[in-house]
Design a protein around this ligand. Sequence first.
Ligand SMILES: [Zn+2]
Length: 176
Amino acid sequence: MSMSMSMSIPYDVIRIIRSFLPWSHRCRMISRRWLREVLQTRIKLNKWSAKTRMYSYIVTFGQNFSNRSWSNMAKNLRIKRQARNSHFRLTWRAAVSKYMCSRCQGCGRKSRANVFGICICRRCQRNHRLKYSYMVTTEHAKRMGISKTILDTIPYHRRDHCHLRFQHLLDGHYEN
Ligand SMILES: [Zn+2]
C-alpha cells in the first residue's frame, strides 16, 4: 500500500486491511503510526527473519516503541548472561548485540563472514531466495545484461578471485 493511499483512507479501514496481512508484511515501515500500532500487539518471534527485524526496530525506535525489552529479546534468543557495553556495564542490550553480530543475517547460523560490515555466511550469499543476502559474480552480472559502466558504480565484495555484488543492487540496471 502506498503512502498516498494510506493518507486518504480512514485509519479504521487501514486497521482492518492490516489485520489480514501476515506479520512480516504488517511489520513493514509504512508509517511510524502504522508500525507502532502493529508492535503494540503480541508478536511471536519464531523465525530468524522476525528476530532480526525486531532487533532493528528496538535499535532504531527503542524498547517502548517496539513493545519489547532487551531482556525479553535476550530470553527469546536463549542468551543466559548479560554482556559488557562500552561503559563496562553489564547489560542485556550488549548481550543481544554481541549475539546478533556473530550470526549470519540471512540464516542465523554462527559465522565470521563479513560483507561490507554485515555478517552474511557463504551459504546465504549463494541463496537466491534471500533477497538481501544473495550475491552474484561479475561474470554472472554481465550475462544478465549489466554493462561494465554500471558494474563499476556498484560496490563489490572480494572473495578468493571473485568480485561479488548484491543481486538486489543490480535490479533495474538490465540493458535488454
Ligand atoms: Zn547464512
